[in-house]
Unconditional design. Structure first.
Length: 83
């Protein structure tokens, strides 16, 4: 369960800019994970996440370990693609 939570946490951090742990908790909740702030804080420390320029960022090694998978690319008009 913890490994799955850490994987989802990495995905969330790679997909958005978060300036507070509350924002991260809300993003995790949107993915079906109810993570208490204390657990989130420990997870962030374990992953080596740092707050840089007011935004939480994964360290280089941790961020490279996650590679998003593109499921499809669809044209949505003349100048817009949905990935």
């Amino acid at each position: 369960m913890k490994l799955n939570r850490l994987k989802i946490l990495k995905e969330v951090l790679n997909l958005g800019d978060f300036s507070s742990q509350d924002e991260i908790c809300a993003a995790l909740a949107a993915r079906g994970l109810d993570v208490p702030q204390a657990s989130l804080s420990r997870d962030l420390r374990e992953l080596g996440v740092q707050k840089v320029g007011g935004v939480y960022r994964l360290s280089g090694a941790a961020s490279q370990s996650y590679r998003p998978e593109i499921l499809s690319i669809v044209s949505a008009g003349d100048s817009l693609m949905v990935v």
